[in-house]
Design a protein around this ligand. Structure first.
Ligand code: F6R
Length: 615
């Protein structure tokens, strides 16, 4: 939530910052702003709405050229999405500019104090108090980095702050508590950003800032301390993807590109984790076997799409390991006093690794003595840093707000963890594990096959663009798939969409069925658990008898559904537990196409942001 960029070097700061903001716009697009230090002063511009509005304003009224600058793209929390609330914020003398991601919880009190001392605050934001406090502290010490440390000690809440002062034209200062901030180290230049994507075209050498740290950027280097000024240990790492991974690469949207990348993302997530003998090698987890053997309960915490991955994982974990598994929305978890202890394994699933609800849930779990394993797509993000262990998904950068390839790789990672538990605890034989791994390895190709047959789904989606409601039904692992299909449609097409367990329909929701209402049904394989299959075929008949227009997603060769399907979408036959990996894909394509047909911007749906760093 909110994207931040800072730059000091010898290039045009405005160009570098604007290019960075373009890459970070997925984090929020309520407003955008920049500030540049030039000619002994500070020049800034900010505009409500998308970055394009700011760029237009800058074309009409250019800023003076400077080589130090900061920028911000906003997801509004305090104060509406107006020009006045857009970042950067300034002190009354216009010498300080600051951008912020997060929420300063004690801002009302600080604001009142500042007003008593004669400061005039011009916005409704919590951020503006920081600009004024920095100006006050700077007047005492003439050192922006020290001023930042002093101010941070007074702030409560979550914040990433980046600031410049006209009296220190070659310095950018950043501070981090709970929200992400990464440093990019170049030759004679340095960068700060919420995400490496902002500076990946300039450098792949990055430093992840730790909790409660302040960083000072100068052309010739960076220095990191804690809020008390003590030097901090920093770890420089190499970003293993390049700028092209963060480009649309010829696709109309990032979402389409990311849907298309799923076969590779799935294959990459398996890479290096299967030994030559076909057994699992997950030593990277570094959780001692004794700890895994002692686990008596698994709890998965996650939000949104990642939560749906967790719901599916529960079936696999319980089936393969016989360990009870709970799945909980991270935002609810710690408030209900969950029962956890030294033998609980908590799995925090998060694409961004920054979701505040998930972070708070994992902190709570660790306080209760649980072992926490993160499944994450972002190297070095807060959630993996604060977990006991991490299994990275290798989906590559996911830019579209709606999660697609990350979801599939989260499933793969969860399956790997489940199998590994089974391997370590001896609840699954080696040959059984190898058989599942073989099936998993084949899935990447199956996802590719699904993608090749999506034209009828796109056509169907376009034909339904005038509908108000679409329902989704599933059973067993198909139920969370139905929830995911409904979430995708809600967030992208802004339609009423709901997912139900098909068996639950008769307990109430069937009253929603009316003539020509589109209902998507995810049908379990007729092989294996055929009872489930037979039951869902009955459910399809029940809704069809009441007028529903049935859109049936069923395995190739499943002839039983044919008479009851108004539209039939075929997916490859897979083992039951792995079916979500192929069944979700048509639902992603369906939502993306329907949203596009309604004129919506699929990469940046309204009111949303990719990385949700507020609770
Ligand atoms: C929906 C979507 C969100 C995220 C959720 C968790 O398409 O993307 O529901 O899944 O905000 O985000 P992460 O995985 O970053 O913790």
């Amino acid at each position: 939530m909110c994207g931040i960029v800072g730059y000091v070097g010898s290039q045009s700061a405005l160009d570098v910052v604007l290019a960075g903001l373009r890459r970070l716009e997925y984090r929020g697009y309520d407003s955008a702003g920049v500030a540049v230090l030039a000619d002994g002063g500070l020049a800034s511009a900010r505009k409500a709405g998308k970055l394009a509005n700011l760029e237009k304003a800058l074309a009409e009224r250019p800023l003076p050229a400077g080589a130090t600058g900061i920028g911000h793209t906003r997801w509004a929390t305090h104060g509406g999405p107006t020009d006045a609330n857009a970042h950067p914020h300034h002190d009354n003398a216009g010498r300080v500019a600051v951008v912020h991601n997060g929420i300063i919880e004690n801002f009302a009190e600080l604001r009142a104090e500042l007003a008593d001392r004669g400061h005039v605050l011009a916005s409704e934001t919590d951020t503006e108090v920081v600009a004024h406090l920095l100006a006050e502290e700077f007047s005492g010490c003439a050192d922006l980095t020290e001023a930042m440390r002093l101010v941070c000690r007074r702030l409560q809440g979550a914040f990433t702050l980046v600031a410049v002062h006209a009296d220190e034209p070659d310095v950018v200062v950043g501070a981090r508590r709970n929200s992400p901030l990464v440093v990019g180290v170049g030759e004679g230049e340095a960068f700060l950003a919420s995400d490496v994507a902002a500076f990946i075209e300039h450098t792949r050498s990055a430093i992840e800032l730790g909790q409660d740290q302040v960083v000072e950027l100068r052309r010739d280097g960076v220095s990191v301390t804690d809020f008390d000024g003590r030097p901090a240990d920093v770890r420089t790492y190499h970003v293993d993807w390049d700028a092209s991974a963060a480009e649309k690469g010829g696709y109309a949207s990032f979402m389409l590109k990311e849907i298309a990348e799923q076969p590779k993302a799935v294959a990459d997530t398996l890479l290096g984790r299967i030994g030559v003998d076909g057994a699992l090698t997950l030593d990277e987890l570094r959780i001692p076997a004794a700890v895994l053997k002692a686990v008596d309960k698994v709890v998965i915490v996650a939000c949104g799409t990642a939560f749906h991955a967790g719901l599916i994982a529960k079936y696999a974990i319980e089936h393969w390991t016989r360990i009870p598994c709970e799945v909980e929305l991270a935002s609810e978890f710690r408030y209900r006093d969950p029962i956890l202890g030294g033998r609980s394994l908590v799995i925090a699933v998060s694409q961004s690794g920054e979701t505040m609800d998930t972070l708070m849930a994992l902190r709570h779990a660790r306080e209760q003595g649980a072992t926490v394993l993160a499944i994450c797509n972002t190297n070095g993000a807060t959630i993996p840093r604060e977990s006991d262990a991490v299994l990275y998904t290798h989906a590559g950068p996911e830019v579209a707000v709606a999660s697609t390839k990350a979801f599939l790789t989260q499933l793969v990672a969860c399956y790997l963890v489940a199998l590994y538990l089974g391997q370590v605890r001896g609840t699954k034989w080696g040959d059984e594990i190898r058989a599942v791994i073989r099936d998993l390895a084949a899935i990447s190709g199956e996802v590719g096959r699904v993608l090749e047959t999506m034209e009828p789904v796109r056509e169907l989606a376009r034909s339904l663009s005038g509908k108000k409601t679409v329902l989704f039904l599933g059973r067993h692992v198909g139920y969370p798939v139905a929830l995911e299909g409904a979430l995708k449609l809600k967030e992208l097409a802004y339609m009423h969409a709901e997912g139900f367990a098909a068996g639950e329909l008769k307990h109430g929701p069937i009253a929603l069925i009316e003539d020509d209402l589109p209902v998507v049904v995810v049908v379990p394989s007729p092989r294996g658990r055929s009872v489930l299959h037979d039951k869902i075929v009955s459910n399809i008949q029940e809704i069809r008898a009441r007028g529903a227009r049935t859109i049936v997603i069923a395995e190739e060769g499943d002839e039983a559904v044919v008479p009851y399907a108004d539209h039939l979408v075929r997916i490859p036959a897979t083992p039951t537990l792995l079916q979500p990996l192929v069944a979700t894909v048509p639902l992603q394509v369906f939502a993306c196409e329907l949203a596009t047909a309604r004129g919506n911007e699929v990469d940046q749906p309204r009111n949303l942001a990719k990385s949700v760093t507020v609770e």
